[in-house]
Structures are given as structure tokens and as C-alpha cells.
Design a protein around this ligand. Structure first.
Ligand SMILES: NC(=O)c1ccc[n+]([C@@H]2O[C@H](COP(=O)([O-])OP(=O)(O)OC[C@H]3O[C@@H](n4cnc5c(N)ncnc54)[C@H](O)[C@@H]3O)[C@@H](O)[C@H]2O)c1
Length: 290
């Protein structure tokens, strides 16, 4: 897809797991891209990891060496938001999941970014309505929710809040398509948007089936894969996402809805308390040899 005509420079805030890959995706798609983070060491790590990633892609034949080099030439890293924000046409905020942090970032972006710039947040749990007013340009604000790992996953949820303009929605969808993604539009903010709600519903049912002794977790996972063609079973997926993340999302959803049906699952919380966070800690629902 051709890029939206109004966008040449993408600014990504946060060089963590998501921000770094969002930035590389934008650079590979031809955008002049800057990644800004408050932590210089995080920026150094991100730069090294992205270089490793493209080296692997080149080695395996998935990416031409020249294309990779050009993408790296387009990619800049900075700790100085004041210096980089004035050049941005589109900002994707992927900083730490804390409302106060995001509000402060949106307030600064509102002052620093050019008036036409769209300000999107990649947050999984914070709807953009929570940061829109701070930016002073609520019509230019929406969620642009990527999935992990960004370089692989095609879906991007574009979520509008009540004041997001039609033009902002269209430009954001167009940008996502130009990144090679398959965006979907979510017309209003609901906790978990669509993908995490679907995943949550499957997880909730799987946990209830296990707790009720209906089937073992291995057999529930096997059923999801062999009957429904899910690439992973719900317990395997929870281990991959991280049980702390699963628990956090449930807590945030419950806090937003107050619906007892959304209350965090006790067996997940018990695993988190025991330090069993899934693959990343070596065990969760399953054990993983390191
Ligand atoms: N991890 C996932 O699977 C996932 C998936 C979809 C969306 N998200 C969302 O993406 C966002 C980032 O998640 P992540 O997993 O990449 O987090 P992360 O912890 O890996 O990275 C966050 C980065 O933000 C930086 N940061 C903190 N405060 C900042 C500030 N004021 N200015 C600039 N940088 C700042 C930190 O130094 C860190 O490098 C969150 O909003 C999260 O909800 C995460």
C-alpha cells in the first residue's frame, strides 16, 4: 500500500518490546523513523536487537541486505523528545503501561508535535480517551494497537474514542496498511478491545473446564488445536503471553467493568504469586527446560 501522503516521519515513544519492533516495521516500510526513550541503555539494547533481527532475516532470505541497510539508515534513536517531536507527522506511543506516564507524554507531544500530527497510543488497556484531553488535540488521538511480535503479527486494532476525527481514523488505517498490516476498526472503547476479549473468553472457558475437572489442560489445549485449528491451546498461549500479563489484563478489565464475571482467575493469580509466569520464568501451566 502507498503511504498516506501526509506522513513521512514516524516517531515511536518507548524502545521496549513493542516500540522497537514498531519502529523497525515503519523503517522497513520506508518511513523516516525515530525511536525516543528516557533510557539510553534501552535505546542501545533496542538498536542492537533490531540489527540482530534484520541480520537473521537477511540470512534466512526473508529480507534483502540492501533493504535492511536502507531501513537502518532511516532509523534514529534519541532520548530528547523536545528535539525529535517537532519533525513527527505521526506518533506511536509505546511507553510503559502507566496512565500518568502516558498522560505526561501526550501533554508534551501536544505542545511539541506539529499541529497536523496524529498521536496514537499502542496501549492494550488504556483507551486513548484517557490521554486525549492532555494532548490538547483530542480529534487527532486514537489507539493503534499492535500485537506481539510486531514484525510477524498482521492485526492492528485502530480504536476511536468518542472525539476521534474521521480523518484521524482513515489516516491511521492507511498508515497501518502501508506497514503491511491488516488493520481493523473498533468503533468504541471497550476493555480489551476485540482481540483480547476473544482471547479472554476462550481463556475463561478453558479455566472453568479445567477447574470443573471436565478435561486436563493438555486435552483442552489439544482440542483447541485439533478441533478449532487454533495454533496454540489456551494454556500454552497464557504461558507465552506471561501469566503476570494475563493477570494484569484481567485486573484492568475488572477495574473498568466491575463485573464479577471479569474478576481475575484465582488459579492464574496463584501461579503468579508462586513466581510461575510462563515461558519467561521457566514454568507456568507447563514446565519449560531452559
Ligand atoms: N508487550 C506486549 O505484548 C504488548 C502488546 C500490545 C501492546 N502493548 C502495549 O505497548 C506498550 C509498551 O509495552 P512494552 O511491552 O513494549 O513495554 P516495555 O516495558 O518493554 O517498554 C516500555 C519502554 O517505555 C520506556 N519509557 C517509560 N517511560 C517513558 C517516557 N516517559 N518516555 C519515553 N519512554 C518511556 C521504558 O524505558 C521502556 O523502554 C504498553 O502500553 C503496552 O500496553 C504491549
Amino acid at each position: 500500500m502507498p503511504p498516506p501522503t501526509t506522513i513521512t516521519h514516524v516517531l515511536v515513544i518507548g524502545a521496549g518490546a513493542m516500540g522497537s519492533q514498531i519502529a523497525l516495521t515503519a523503517a522497513l516500510a520506508g518511513y523516516t523513523t525515530t525511536v525516543q526513550d528516557v533510557s539510553p541503555s534501552q535505546l542501545d539494547d533496542a538498536a542492537a536487537q533490531l540489527r540482530e533481527r534484520t541480520d537473521k532475516m537477511v540470512k534466512s532470505g526473508r529480507l534483502a541486505a540492501e533493504h535492511a541497510e536502507r531501513a537502518h539508515d532511516r532509523l534514529a534513536f534519541s532520548t530528547d523528545l523536545d528535539a525529535v517531536a517537532p519533525a513527527a507527522d505521526f506518533v506511536i506511543e509505546a511507553a510503559t503501561e502507566r496512565l500518568e506516564t502516558k498522560k505526561a507524554i501526550f501533554a508534551r507531544l501536544g505542545r511539541l508535535a506539529p499541529p497536523h500530527a496524529i498521536l496514537a497510543t499502542n496501549s492494550s488497556t488504556i483507551g486513548s480517551s484517557a490521554v486525549a484531553a492532555a494532548s490538547g488535540r483530542p480529534g487527532h488521538v486514537c489507539n493503534m494497537h499492535f500485537f506481539n511480535p510486531v514484525l510477524v503479527m498482521e492485526c492492528v486494532e485502530v480504536v476511536r474514542h468518542a472525539g476521534t476525527s474521521g480523518e484521524t481514523v482513515e489516516t491511521t488505517l492507511e498508515l497501518a496498511r502501508s506497514l503491511g498490516k491488516a488493520p481493523v476498526l473498533i468503533n468504541r472503547e471497550v476493555p480489551g478491545f476485540v482481540a483480547n476479549r476473544l482471547m479472554g473468553a476462550v481463556q475463561k472457558e478453558a479455566l472453568a473446564l479445567l477447574a470443573g475437572g471436565v478435561a486436563s489442560m493438555e486435552d483442552i489445549d489439544a482440542t483447541a488445536k485439533t478441533a478449532l485449528r487454533h495454533p496454540m491451546g489456551p494454556f500454552e498461549l497464557m504461558d507465552l503471553v506471561g501469566l503476570d500479563v494475563v493477570d494484569y489484563i484481567a485486573q484492568a478489565t475488572y477495574a473498568a467493568t466491575g463485573d464479577p464475571a471479569d474478576a481475575p482467575d484465582e488459579s492464574v493469580a496463584a501461579l503468579v504469586t508462586a513466581g510461575k509466569l510462563g515461558r519467561k520464568s521457566g514454568s507456568g501451566w507447563y514446565s519449560y527446560s531452559r
